[in-house]
Ligand binder design. Structure first.
Ligand code: TXA
Ligand code: MG
Length: 345
């Protein structure tokens, strides 16, 4: 397949990119598009064959349902059959934004999209490029993250060009995604309110809006079946051995320095580290976070760093992990899925 690529940050390509992308969707094709969280690989959510192409292009297991994207919050009934009261509160408070709300599925959404579930996760992205694209399609868009299954989600144009060139009909790029971690997936319709996947919209923020306790049901224990089917799969794995280092930043930096000094004896040739909170470590491949809020930047850069391991042939990476609420929780959740080793200091 010959993939057409448009850079939506180039004003000369904006209209033609949106036009060609939406035309490809209407023909039953698949299109990569930017959102504020990560890049998505979209198909017409009413077209089972188009959805099947998404699963094939990613190598995604077919028991893992897709999120359905709408252009505006008022389009919710294009994907949902009904909107229970707590869900409506979340839609009012957080859409457009980085949240996916579980709702009873509209009959027009085929089983292939929801992996046979009676529910559908609905998301309304806040990025202008995403809402313009979805609106131009004229149908809701089923879209998982635009990575090959098991790889970290794509947050930059080079990531989608690497994974989806010659697999998607059209790739629309628009620079770096601002959040960098996938949306919060929340279920407030089946009894207890539950976070199925943590993201930028935290349990605390949700609990404040619906006025009741919100549980985390994404840390799957033992043989228990996860409520978001996607959370059971190994994810975000670079080829490198990933070490997540928890604890006080200064102690974590010291621990990493000690491990690095004997890294050749451990059998590794090309180590890397990613540290924040003003810490520095002597390492050839070194990523220091320096944003105004460390949590924002740590979340924003995590997938970029994990992906860089593969392109730079890194064989072990130490990544600092902060225990905290909100975005730190989402960051730790993704890092744990990538980690081969977890150190608690
Ligand atoms: O930020 C995002 O959500 C991105 C962008 C592209 O919007 N999309 C994304 O999709 O991360 P994906 O397919 O990579 O992750 C979807 C997650 C999976 O863990 C899946 O199991 C869960 O949402 N999910 C989807 N529909 C569900 C449903 N009806 N019930 C429970 N979990 C569901
Ligand atoms: Mg994904």
């Amino acid at each position: 397949m010959k993939t057409k690529v448009y850079d939506l940050l180039n004003s000369a390509e904006y209209d033609s990119g949106i036009h060609e992308g939406s035309a490809a969707i209407r023909r039953g094709g698949i299109v990569v598009f930017p959102t504020e969280t990560v890049y998505g690989l979209g198909a017409d959510a009413y077209n089972a064959q188009a959805a099947a192409k998404v699963f094939a292009a990613k190598g995604r297991p077919d028991d893992n349902p897709l999120i359905v994207h709408i252009a505006r919050p008022e389009d919710i009934f294009l994907a949902a059959e009904s909107v229970p009261v707590d869900a409506e509160k979340l839609i009012k408070a957080f859409m457009p934004g980085p949240i996916s709300v579980i709702l009873p599925k509209n009959r027009r959404i085929p089983d292939e999209v929801t992996a046979g579930l009676p529910t559908v996760a609905v998301r309304c992205p806040s990025r202008r490029e995403a809402s313009d694209f979805i609106a131009a399609c004229g149908v809701p868009i089923a879209a998982p993250s635009a990575n090959i299954s098991h790889k970290p989600s794509p947050t930059m144009p080079e990531h989608v060009l690497t994974d989806m060139m010659d697999r998607a009909d059209v790739i629309l790029t628009a620079g770096r995604c601002s959040v960098g971690l996938e949306s919060t997936v929340v279920d407030v319709i089946s009894g207890k309110a539950c976070i199925l996947r943590p993201g930028a919209i935290s349990a605390e923020m949700i609990s404040e809006v619906i006025g009741r306790k919100v549980e985390n049901s994404y840390e799957v224990k033992g043989e228990e079946a996860p409520k978001a089917p996607g959370m059971k799969y190994a994810h975000y794995k670079p080829k490198a051995h990933v070490v997540a280092v928890h604890g006080d930043p200064a102690k974590a930096a010291e621990y990493i320095a000690v491990r690095l000094s004997g890294i050749a004896e451990e059998g590794y040739r090309n180590p890397a580290c990613a540290v924040f909170r003003g810490q520095d470590v002597d390492c050839r491949n070194k990523w220091l976070y320096n944003a105004p809020s460390d949590a924002d930047e740590a979340a924003n850069r995590l997938f970029e760093y994990l992906r860089a391991c593969d392109t730079k042939d890194i064989d072990i990476i130490f990544v600092m992990c902060e225990d905290g609420a909100g975005l730190w929780e989402a960051y730790a959740n993704r890092l744990h899925k990538a980690a081969d080793e977890m150190i608690y200091l």
